[in-house]
Design a protein around this ligand. Structure first.
Ligand code: ADP
Ligand code: C5P
Ligand code: MG
Length: 252
């Protein structure tokens, strides 16, 4: 990854036009691998977490905003840990794809806020203003081809599964209003098998794998540096999501 520091120099001599198309970075990995924490650290190190929404040059969107609405019967199952939130069908693929396409076209979009305590996409929405770099994080951001192809850079947060389970239990009990038995049942029945079937295989699409997640300060520093390069040198941002600058990923 060390060579990424030369990205700006390498790309400055190319003919990619400067434009408002944001650079889209996908961040995936299993549940509780540290995706959200890695993105928070990136935003913090860039100083973007303390910037007003409208002024942000870097924004982060969680994939949970694109969970589909559930029927009352499905919500009842969810409360018992009997709904598979880790299966691709739990997501509204087209809503996510269309939102990302709007973002790539420089449009302001509204993104729904997910409520884990209620297992629903809430009424509240967040406005996402045009930015230079957009991070999109979630368990299945590289699963759907039409969405995967939109990313200029793909990251996979790779954390040991025992560590992930331990962190998930603590987080879900503390922050997502779950009880231990429900978390463990859901994990065994849905989370682990779906991870193995749908999330883990998307590692092969990653440009950069981040072992140990948020503990990996070296990887996070390199990603932050790459984003700084992108912000300072608009020419290294691609004009089209479907034709990212060649070799950019290879520089990492
Ligand atoms: P993800 O978004 O991949 O599900 P999170 O970032 O929410 O993962 O992390 C899961 C839980 O583990 C959270 O409670 C978070 O605070 C904690 N966590 C994440 N990374 C670390 C770490 N490196 N050390 C200790 N706890 C961590
Ligand atoms: O942040 P994280 O990647 O862990 O979020 C995805 C996880 O959230 C999935 O593994 C899914 O099982 C869980 N989830 C849940 N309840 C919901 C929605 C998602 O437990 N209502
Ligand atoms: Mg998360």
């Amino acid at each position: 990854m060390a060579a990424s520091l030369n990205t700006a120099e390498v790309m400055a001599n190319t003919s990619y036009p400067s434009n408002k198309t944001p650079f889209l970075i996908g961040v995936t990995g299993g549940t509780a691998s540290g995706k959200s924490t890695v993105c928070d650290k990136i935003m913090e190190q860039l100083g973007e977490d303390s910037v007003a929404n409208r002024e942000r040059r870097v924004v982060c969107i969680p994939q949970d905003s694109f969970y589909r609405s559930l029927s009352p019967e499905e919500i009842a199952l969810a409360f018992k840990g009997n709904f598979d939130f880790d299966h691709p069908t739990a997501f509204d693929e087209d809503l996510m794809a269309n939102t990302l396409i709007d973002i790539l076209e420089g449009k302001t979009v509204r993104v729904r806020q997910y409520n884990y305590k209620e297992n629903t996409v809430g009424e509240s929405e967040e406005t996402v203003y045009p930015a230079d770099v957009v991070l999109v994080e979630g368990i299945l951001v590289f699963y759907f081809k039409q969405i995967r192809d939109l990313f200029h850079m793909k990251l996979f947060v790779d954390t040991d599964s025992d560590t992930r389970l331990a962190r998930r239990v603590v987080r879900d009990v503390k922050e997502r209003n779950r009880d231990l038995e429900t978390v463990l049942n859901q994990y065994t029945k849905f989370v682990k098998p779906s991870f193995e079937e749908f999330c883990q295989p998307t590692k092969k699409y990653a440009d950069v794998i981040i072992p140990r997640g948020a503990d990996n300060n070296v990887a996070i520093d390199l990603i932050v540096q790459t984003i700084k390069d992108l912000l300072q040198n608009p020419r290294i941002r691609s004009s089209s999501p479907l034709s990212p600058p060649p070799n950019l990923a290879a520089q990492m």
